[in-house]
Ligand binder design. Structure first.
Ligand code: SAH
Length: 347
């Protein structure tokens, strides 16, 4: 069955026209879903019953099932969703004051193979459709207090978003447009391992989302060990395209750096990072490693993190050390999926 959000509003209008229905119904249906948090056609009470029935025959409002819903004390909630074909993805709602940030997935699994990450341990199964990407937003919106709205989106869940740009961009268009979720592009962040041709496409499209590049190492030798796709890419072309994106969009770049004890957390790495990034309008987001069962990586000690941080700050970099949220519910990408046996699916 087709996902109600896979056709664009234009496609839906054409579908309605074929049935002699007026075009404004498309807008009405989408408003029910996107603004009024409807979960079924039955709730769309200002549509004629015959139309609701016809829609129901053709389209599904939800194509996913919630397999697991976990909440942690800090207000973080995580959903493990099962897709129509049995694939599983994760998405997260983070609460911070009035902020309601969601973290969504772009693929089932991941092909990038970052050695410390749970998402790519079994490779990639497939790209998510635009509808499946939007559905994560709506599932999480359902969890938000009625008086609040989703305020920020980070595409930092499972998968490499720039490897699925053709479906991600229409989904983010729904998120950012006024008739969609109305989340301004400046509150939407795409996190990438760094695929230069895809960054170039973003630049050329003129879309102004925030770009976060997962760096994790200050030189190609170490980066290729941690992020294997780097072997065929290299830092220089990634930084070049990121800089072009900054120039075109004016959006401050973010570089992410997962600190792995004894691997990329030495003072020499911090000094190299300063050299690499100095002079850029950028934020270096240092993320403490969230240990993954079965992988031989660990979070550095507080003292090692402090040392690392002070070298970066003395070097004049704009740094942020992210605190851990949602650890207890396996909220780092790909972890919930791995810790939930398939048999746990409820019908
Ligand atoms: N593929 C994209 C987005 C997905 S992951 C990318 O590489 O950016 C979002 C961020 O979380 C990436 O920086 C990723 O390297 C990091 N990450 C993955 N596993 C992690 C873990 N166990 N602990 C902390 N950060 C992790």
């Amino acid at each position: 069955m087709l996902h109600l959000l896979d056709p664009t509003r234009h496609d839906l209008e054409a579908w309605l026209a074929e049935r002699g229905e007026r075009g404004f119904r498309a807008r009405q249906v989408r408003q029910w879903l996107l603004h009024r948090r409807a979960c079924s056609f039955a709730e769309m009470t200002d549509l004629p019953k015959s139309l609701r029935e016809a829609l129901e025959q053709e389209f599904a409002v939800w194509t996913t099932k919630i397999v697991r819903h976990s909440r942690s004390d800090d207000g973080t909630e995580k959903l493990l969703l099962e897709l129509a074909d049995g694939g599983r993805i994760e998405c997260v709602l983070l609460r911070d004051g009035q902020r309601r940030t969601i973290c969504i997935s772009s693929q089932v699994g991941c092909a990038m193979g970052c050695v410390f990450c749970a998402s790519g341990l079994d490779g990639v199964d497939r790209n998510l459709t635009a509808g499946e990407i939007v559905e994560q937003m709506l599932r999480l919106q359902q969890l938000v207090e009625p008086e609040l709205r989703l305020s920020h989106i980070v595409v930092m869940g499972m998968g490499e978003p720039l490897a699925n740009l053709d479906r991600l961009l229409p989904a983010l268009e729904v998120a950012s447009s006024e008739e969609g979720l109305g989340i301004s592009a400046r509150r939407i962040t795409i996190s990438t391992v760094g695929l230069p041709p895809a960054i170039r496409r973003l630049t050329d499209r003129g879309v102004h989302y925030n770009l976060a590049v997962s760096l994790h190492a200050p030189d190609d030798e170490l980066r290729s060990r941690l992020v294997p796709v780097n072997q065929n890419i290299g830092l220089a072309p990634i930084l070049e395209e990121a800089d072009r994106y900054f120039e075109a969009s004016g959006r401050r770049l973010t570089f992410e750096y997962v600190l792995l004890a004894g691997i990329n957390d030495q003072e020499a790495h911090a000094r190299q990072l300063v050299k690499l990034l100095r002079g850029r309008t950028a934020l270096l987001n240092v993320i403490p490693y969230n240990p993954v069962a079965g992988l031989p990586y660990a979070t550095p000690s507080a003292a090692a993190s402090r040392r690392f941080r002070s070298i970066l700050e003395e070097g004049g970099l704009n740094v942020q050390f992210r605190e851990r949220k949602g650890d207890k519910i396996d909220a780092a990408c790909g972890q919930l999926r791995r810790s939930t046996p398939t048999a746990a699916v409820s019908p």
